[in-house]
Design a protein around this ligand. Structure first.
Ligand code: KG4
Ligand code: ZN
Length: 350
């Protein structure tokens, strides 16, 4: 009989309703994700009220599917984990309520997990722990930050964006280029047909030693390249005609190059400041980006660092990363879970 952990994870922080069963923090027995992209497409962004209603409708069917795909009965579970921070409050509440009810009904420990820390853990799924300490990078729609990761449960933030997250910049630039929602993956595809040197968009550096990021200037530069600089009357000024596909592809490729350069620049700086780091762990939706994946792979090779770059299904929001990290949190706490007053927290200090 299996005596390790068999943890149910639930994730509803934004617009994916997800549930997964993970064994011993590594073996993914099931990973079910119900995306809501179709519901938010006409608004070109996540509408919080629609998201929380959809989570409420889907959370139980998704939970049942996760159990049946894993071939596991409720009685075999050893704990219930939920991403309870950060995220949209109405969305988080649905997952937290479902997790509490399940944990209470089955008399199992309940574990609240930080969604961003879980993104840092995603690269350990199916492969096991990287060499610690690791340098961590989270690039998603809501977060862009660097971390020193001492273990799955020791995470120290080194720097973060001071304005937009990089995924948000991808999504806004995609909207400027009139690409369908979700923007990031569509921009990635369009960029493949473009000339990345067509536009010299700004790469933010901030202070000499800064490990923070900024993407709002880059986003504005793209807006001006597409719509013209307000008040400036050149032949390419405001009110220019709709761009053809090739020009949009060139803008997409040039933007992507500048955004990925800005991320890599800070990653290299962080590695110089933390030479003790032996591996690189990357997570979050933008780690699905083709150029970013190629660049971090090149950097890790160049510096002889072990690289943990999650498989595509673990880059985007998922519950396997929540259940996987919960295994380590429970070991760290000698098996003690959170109590049933566990709150949904829209923001997090780290
Ligand atoms: O981690 P995630 O699923 O949700 C958050 O925690 O925010 O990340 C979603 C973000 C979105 O901004 C989406 O456009 C971006 O990840 N994204 C991409 C790609 N795939 C997803 N951005 C660039 N290239 C991609 N291939
Ligand atoms: Zn996420």
């Amino acid at each position: 009989m299996h005596r390790g952990s068999l943890i149910l994870g639930i994730e509803t922080s934004c617009d994916e309703t997800a549930a997964a069963v993970v064994e011993d923090g590594v073996r993914v027995r099931s990973n079910v994700i119900a995306s809501q992209h179709d519901l938010h497409a006409e608004f070109r962004g996540v509408v919080p009220e629609i998201a929380s209603r959809a989570h409420a409708e889907r959370v139980l069917p998704v939970f049942r599917k996760a159990l049946s795909r894993a071939g596991v009965s409720k009685r075999e579970l050893t704990a219930v984990a939920v991403g309870n921070r950060p995220g949209l409050i109405g969305s988080l509440l649905v997952g937290v309520a479902a997790a509490k009810a399940t944990a209470w009904g089955l008399n199992l420990p309940l574990v609240g997990i930080d969604h961003v820390h879980a993104h840092l853990y995603a690269g350990s799924l199916e492969t096991g722990d990287p060499l610690y300490p690791a340098l961590g990078l989270v690039v998603s729609g809501g977060h862009t930050a660097l971390y020193r990761v001492g273990s799955p449960v020791e995470v120290e933030r080194l720097g973060a964006t001071i304005d937009d997250a990089v995924g948000e910049a991808f999504d806004k630039v995609a909207a400027i280029l009139e690409l369908p929602y979700p923007g990031g993956p569509n921009l990635d595809k369009l960029a493949a047909d473009g000339d990345a040197s067509a536009h010299d968009f700004p790469v933010s550096r901030l202070g000499r030693d800064s490990l923070d990021f900024s993407f709002s200037g880059l986003k504005t530069a793209v807006l001006y390249a597409v719509r013209g600089v307000p008040g400036k009357r050149d032949e390419e000024g405001a009110g220019r005609p709709t761009l053809d596909r090739q020009r949009r592809a060139d803008i997409a490729a040039s933007f992507q190059r500048a955004a990925v350069r800005a991320v890599l620049l800070k990653l290299e700086r962080a590695l110089e400041q933390h030479p003790e780091c032996r591996s690189l762990v990357v997570g979050g939706g933008v780690s699905a980006n083709s150029l970013l994946r190629a660049e971090v792979t090149r950097l890790a090779k160049q510096r002889a660092l072990e690289l943990r770059l999650p498989r595509m299904e673990y880059c985007l929001d998922n519950a396997a990363m929540i259940a996987g990290l919960a295994h380590h949190v429970l070991i760290h706490r000698d098996g003690r879970g959170d109590d049933l007053t566990l709150a949904a927290e829209p923001t997090t200090a780290c």
